[in-house]
Design a protein around this ligand. Structure first.
Ligand SMILES: NC(=O)c1ccc[n+]([C@@H]2O[C@H](COP(=O)([O-])OP(=O)(O)OC[C@H]3O[C@@H](n4cnc5c(N)ncnc54)[C@H](OP(=O)(O)O)[C@@H]3O)[C@@H](O)[C@H]2O)c1
Length: 336
């Protein structure tokens, strides 16, 4: 009998994810049924939304049930198949579980193309979820125009690093906001952002006044809280705000929305649009082609933060909420 390792949700976190909220188990795997295949996972994507899925709150898909395998973005190769058209060695990516061996009938998965010149971690990490999030959030909702000023928070993270680089490709002045000098230096020196504000040591509002006296046209919002308020106060008329995430509140027990800035949204005619990347799923081929093209041309660099060992997933995920990750956070379940 084959056994697998899996993280299951043992209880819903209150505040930060705590030891014991997720449980690491070794379990026997039943034989495959007709129409199923078995994936050996290569990478597990750790994403801020993992914390949302662990909560029984209003969200864009059902929360993970207590006792269920923890949901996550996965990629892996087929090691056994009883499904027509699926062969051993085929590579799939999509939504799955925090496990090393995953039984699937294909639901929620699609084939991950292997692109010469793009390592699997970058193809999965960038083209899988964070790339389309950056691409559609910025291009469809942000509508960047040459010469405009774009601010992106969580700038050195999975989504933020791509948003800023697409902003530069589109001719914007790009100001990142990130935690710490190493992250700020990287987005400016390596990725070509025009500037980056270290919100942990600098006054975000004063730095925005200095760096963008003309005001801000696009706020690609990923953080919320005081950082969002500082940016919103400096938005220009007819500015746009792709509302991608509000990570500063994900672990809050009692999340409070700061009042006041809604008036500015009205008076300054801002377009604020929340979105979930899956809204754009029918167009993922478009983002995949564009992002891969920019990567192969050397216009888009990506950084992954890869942690070895499925057993470390529950510890690693906590880094997303403290800034302990530097780049798109992945767990290497099996060497590629
Ligand atoms: N709408 C969608 O479909 C969609 C899809 C993917 C991601 N998202 C959202 O996009 C955002 C970024 O996701 P990601 O996957 O790219 O993660 P990420 O940026 O790689 O990691 C999260 C980063 O957020 C920053 N952060 C955490 N707590 C913070 C706080 N209290 N204040 C300021 N910054 C904080 C940290 O960077 P620093 O070190 O710079 O603080 C951390 O590294 C999240 O809000 C996520 O929920 C949305």
């Amino acid at each position: 009998m084959t056994t697998r390792n899996i993280w299951r949700l043992a209880k819903r976190p209150v505040g930060d994810i705590a030891d014991g909220d997720l449980e690491f188990l070794s379990e026997p795997l039943p034989p495959l049924a007709e129409g199923q295949f078995l994936l050996r996972l290569t990478y597990l994507s750790l994403d801020p939304t993992n914390r949302i899925w662990m909560s029984d709150m209003e969200q864009y898909m059902p929360p993970v049930e207590i006792g269920a395998g923890m949901r996550g973005g996965v990629c892996g190769r087929v090691v056994e198949s009883r499904k027509d058209g699926v062969a051993v060695g085929d590579l799939f990516a999509g939504l799955g579980e925090w496990t090393d061996l995953m039984v699937s009938d294909g639901t929620g998965l699609s084939r991950l193309p292997e692109i010469p010149g793009i390592p699997l971690a970058a193809a999965f990490g960038t083209l899988g979820l964070v790339g389309p999030t950056a691409y559609f959030g910025l291009l469809d909702i942000g509508q960047p125009k040459p010469g405009e000023t774009l601010v992106v928070s969580a700038a050195a993270g999975g989504v933020g690093q791509i948003v800023g680089q697409i902003g530069k490709i589109k001719g914007c002045k790009v100001i990142g906001i990130a935690g710490g000098p190493a992250k700020c230096a990287w987005v400016v020196d390596e990725l070509g952002f025009d500037a980056c504000i270290d919100y942990k040591s600098q006054d975000v509002g004063a730095e925005l006044d200095r760096l963008a006296p003309e005001g801000i046209d696009i706020n690609f919002e990923q953080v919320g809280g005081d950082i969002m308020v500082a940016v919103l106060k400096r938005m220009r008329w007819f500015g746009r705000m792709p509302l991608c995430g509000l990570i500063s509140g994900y672990n809050a027990v009692d999340a409070a929305e700061p009042p006041g800035f809604w008036t500015q949204m009205l008076m300054r005619r801002l377009t604020v649009r929340g979105f979930i990347v899956t809204d754009f799923a029918p167009r993922f081929a478009e983002s995949g082609m564009a992002l891969a093209g920019w990567m192969l041309e050397g216009k888009l660099k990506t950084r992954q933060d890869i942690r070895p060992g499925l057993e470390n997933a529950a510890t690693a995920v906590k880094d997303l909420y403290s800034g302990g990750n530097f780049g798109k956070l992945l767990v290497e379940v099996t060497p590629p």
